[in-house]
Design a binder for this molecule. Structure first.
Ligand code: HEM
Length: 356
């Protein structure tokens, strides 16, 4: 017979808190909160990895069914709700004052969240590339066993399987239909309109429009490069873009015609992934704010520069910023090119054959 406490292994879980301050004979009341907060974070990381692992397995195949796209989206949305919960969990630890934390902080040296193997596995599972890492030697602080786990992780990543799936989007070239030519013209017209607005506003407000115009020029150059394989590989080599050219064009196509039935599920999945990337950044940012409140500019117990390092990871370590940045090239729905009847017709029907 299943017994509640046995099923949940409560004897193990509820006896897994061993404050260092108790061991040192100077009990610090807040250390239990500190330990339980970390443990619950780690438990939720385990659930997040479970969900992401299943999405990767669903997508790590040559044929992805429409129903699997919907299932993947549901699981990513679950991860997003967990991440929101974890973002709010920082409020709990902030009920501890910096002074109360100081009562036991020195006893924890050199332990640090820096040694969270699950967090590293999570970063790698999402697809964080090594060249985006703020600290290259981030595994040095891990035990040999944990380093081995982290090094093994990430052989398949959410980024890679999603990219491969996008590359197989049908309708990117369709017979005589010069979709991309029309799209390029529409974007050029949109950017010309932006330039006119910048000039008009600058004249009215007696401002110099040069910077804003340069920014629009740079968007246009980035956009043109999407259609030139050589230029595009240059952008990838210089680290300005990461997604393949074909996957990038697929995102633009799906985003532009997202209201067609066949593209609704892919669009919702992409949207959920963008939200996940944002929530991971918010998690990092809230951690950074909490850390600067707790320890100010002090270095971390893991030996990093502390909140300054954490802030850099928030800004630099985005995994799907390629996808988010494509919004610069999105057209208003009213300005998008009309699809030829046969393509529009095929996009009306969701069937398993067209989903691969
Ligand atoms: C008073 C509470 C906390 C303080 C002062 C704090 C401080 C820090 C500092 C300074 C770092 C940078 C590495 C270092 O040099 O140590 C760090 C990293 C980290 N902490 Fe915390 N932390 C706290 C709570 C937590 C909690 C509750 C978690 C939940 C698991 C956590 C997870 C992490 C993770 C995953 C990293 C690695 C981040 C990265 O390298 O991108 N921290 N923490």
């Amino acid at each position: 017979m299943v017994y509640y406490a046995d099923y949940l292994a409560l004897d193990t879980v509820l006896n897994a808190q061993h404050p260092e301050s108790d061991k040192a004979g100077k009990p610090a009341h807040e250390e239990l909160l500190f330990i339980i907060t970390h443990q619950t974070f780690e438990l939720w990381f385990k659930q997040v990895l479970h969900e992401l692992g299943s999405v990767i397995t669903l997508f790590d195949t040559d044929y992805i069914r429409e129903s699997d796209v919907a299932l993947a989206q549901a699981r990513i949305l679950r991860v997003n709700r967990i991440m929101e919960h974890l973002v709010n969990q920082w409020d709990l630890i902030e009920t501890m004052t910096p002074g109360e934390f100081m009562d036991f902080r020195a006893l924890l040296n050199p332990a640090s969240g820096f040694q969270s193997a699950q967090w590293r596995v999570l970063e790698k599972t999402l697809g964080l590339p090594e060249n985006k890492r703020v600290l290259k030697h981030y595994t040095d602080a891990l035990s040999d066993a944990h380093r081995a786990i982290v090094e093994k992780a990430g052989s398949q990543t959410l980024f890679n399987v999603v990219q491969r799936w996008l590359e197989k989007t049908p309708f990117l070239e369709s017979g005589e239909y010069a979709f991309w030519d029309s799209y390029r013209q529409a974007v050029a017209a949109m950017l010309d309109h932006d330039r006119d607005e910048v000039r008009t506003l600058a004249t009215a407000e007696h401002r110099d429009p040069t910077d804003a115009l340069n920014q629009i020029d740079s968007i246009e150059r980035g956009f043109q490069a999407l259609f030139d394989p050589t230029e595009y590989s240059g952008l990838v080599e210089q680290g300005h873009r990461r997604m393949s050219q074909r996957a990038t064009l697929a995102i633009l196509f799906i985003s532009t015609y997202r209201d067609y039935p066949l593209l609704q599920a892919p669009y919702r999945l992409l949207d959920a992934i963008i939200e996940l990337d944002k929530l991971v950044s918010i998690w990092r940012y809230r951690h950074t704010l909490m850390v600067s409140r707790m320890i100010g500019m002090r270095v971390g117990t893991g030996g990093s520069s502390g909140s300054e390092y954490l802030m850099q990871t928030t800004v630099r370590q985005r995994v799907f910023d390629d996808v988010t940045s494509l919004s610069s090239f999105l057209l208003p729905t009213s300005a998008r090119p009309t699809l030829p009847a046969d393509v529009a017709n095929r996009l009306q029907f969701v069937n398993e054959a067209s989903a691969s």
